[in-house]
Design a protein around this ligand. Structure first.
Ligand code: ADP
Ligand code: GLC
Length: 471
């Protein structure tokens, strides 16, 4: 949850959706592990509870912080599990005790509510780390005077990360071995936390309508497609929104100059500043393409490095910010080595720089193989930075291919995850760039798109009601 723990879009959503719900009058409490990246104490100490997970005497401490009217975050403290440099792992791989760390987190949240007689209207759990929350509720709390019939809404932000662990973990977690069955947590002899979230929640949501359809197919289901299909009647795709208090070029504290859809002079200043920051040649007339991303297989940047010769031959500039797989990083570094006046890279996590790239580039590239929602393209549009995306998931739902004749569209969209598709879309973008009139129309189309949270928050309200009615 931004700003405390961020690796990608889940952090943005976890901060923005609660804020939007609170603004609509709901009382929202967010729970987050007190990871090592979060200063101690993270808020006001409000007590502790015993949390039975691995037969050791573990307890969770709770620290509360008000974020605004109706809105608070409670940090769950347990140093042996969470006071580490990484959230889910270190450069060597996932932490070996993740099964216990996240079971502990789920159970701690439930025990906090139970011990205080705090009965929420619904729990809203996100991704595999919280998949056991509805499992615990159903296993141990159906008759609890506080928590009986409290429904869970489970949101899939990315079905590729599933949380697989040995079935032998069930015993120490205090869960019955019968849960290792096909119709419960079993995954090829192991157990799968994501499957728990999918099967034990009242409603399952994911972060775009297209991804909700895609994850029911073998191509996008990562083996869980039949489980997802079994919940088709309770599955809803709700597009993420944008927190425009955070992402708006009219008042963005990270950028060189403000701008808006009627006056782009500030954007030109942002571009100059960005070229200088990356040490690229000051040639504002050449198009500047940005990349801000986790550099993993999902995101498709291996296609960019595969198309290196063709891209070097085109009149483009490129700046990339990201971290991830070593071969993708090496490929992008090679662009810079070949032509350091046109290509720049930063392999780090830097939120301020992400804002400056959104503001200073002309185009942003997202050649994703799959993309549950994608936030970067929505941020880009508000900054007049034109998305070049692959037609998948939320990218397909938010970016419309530009048609200069009809003056309609907000970006460039290609179908096939190969270099031909990628280069086709980049060439479409370059030919539009060459005509200042249509390009201005395109920028205006993109900047005027409204992805604010209010609409999506309303959809979640309907989902919470549906969940209450279906338990
Ligand atoms: P995902 O959640 O799959 O990573 P999204 O597009 O939903 O993709 O969200 C990505 C978020 O992470 C955006 O807020 C983007 O700015 C941010 N981000 C990704 N990589 C970096 C980085 N290296 N430095 C700063 N921000 C980054
Ligand atoms: C995941 C997805 C991304 C989505 C984000 C927030 O990380 O990869 O597409 O935007 O979650 O829902």
């Amino acid at each position: 949850m931004a700003p405390w723990a961020k690796t990608g879009g889940l952090a943005d959503v976890s901060a923005a959706l609660p804020k939007a719900l609170a603004a609509r009058g709901h009382e929202v409490t967010c729970f987050l592990p007190r990871y090592g990246s979060i200063a101690f104490p993270p808020g006001r100490f409000i007590g502790s509870v015993h949390v039975p997970v691995d037969a050791l005497h573990r307890s969770a401490g709770f620290y509360e912080r008000e974020l605004g009217p109706n809105l608070r975050v409670i940090f769950v403290e347990h140093p042996p599990f969470f006071d580490r440099p990484g959230f889910y792992g270190d450069p060597g791989g996932d932490y070996g005790d993740n099964a216990f760390r996240f079971a502990f987190f789920c159970r701690a949240v439930i025990e906090f509510c139970r011990s205080r007689g705090y009965r929420p209207d619904a729990f809203h759990a996100h991704d595999w780390q919280t998949g056991l929350l509805p499992v615990y509720l159903k296993a141990f709390y159906p008759d609890d005077p506080t928590l009986y019939r409290v429904p869970t809404v489970f949101t899939v932000h990315n079905l590729a990360y599933q949380g697989h662990f040995s079935a032998a973990t069930l015993g120490p977690l205090g869960l019955p071995d019968s849960l290792a069955s096909e119709d419960a947590l079993d995954w090829k002899g192991n157990i799968c936390y994501m499957k728990g979230g999918l099967l034990f929640s009242e409603v399952v949501t994911t972060v775009s309508p297209t991804y909700a359809r895609e994850i029911q197919t073998a191509e996008f289901g990562h083996g869980l497609e039949s489980v997802v299909r079994s919940r088709a009647d309770d599955l809803v795709g709700i597009l993420n929104g944008v927190d425009y208090e955070e992402w708006d070029p009219r008042h963005d504290r990270h950028i060189a100059a403000p701008f808006d859809e009627t006056d782009h002079t500030g954007k030109a200043a942002c571009k100059r500043a960005l070229l200088a920051e990356f040490g690229l040649a000051a040639e504002p007339e050449a198009p500047l393409i940005g990349i801000i991303s986790r550099l993993v297989h999902q995101k498709g940047f291996d296609l960019v490095t595969e198309a290196m010769e063709a891209l070097l031959a085109r009149p483009i500039r490129m700046v990339a910010l990201g971290t991830g797989e070593p071969d993708v990083e090496a490929g992008l570094r090679e662009f810079m080595r070949r032509d350091p006046r046109r290509f720049g890279v930063r392999f780090q996590y830097d939120s301020g720089l992400a804002h400056r790239i959104e503001a200073g580039c002309d185009m942003i590239l997202m050649p994703s193989r799959f993309e549950p929602c994608g936030l970067t393209q929505m941020y880009s549009m508000r900054y007049g930075t034109i998305p070049i995306v692959r037609a998948t998931g939320g990218l397909a739902d938010t970016v419309e291919h530009f048609d200069p004749k009809r003056r309609k569209g907000t970006g460039f969209v290609f179908e096939h995850a190969d270099t031909t598709g990628l280069l086709w879309a980049i060439d479409e973008a370059l030919s539009a760039w060459a005509k200042p009139g249509p390009w201005t129309v395109l920028m205006q189309n993109a900047m005027s798109r409204d992805f604010s949270w209010a609409l999506s928050a309303e959809r979640y309200e309907a989902v919470y009601s549906h969940a209450q009615n279906s338990i």
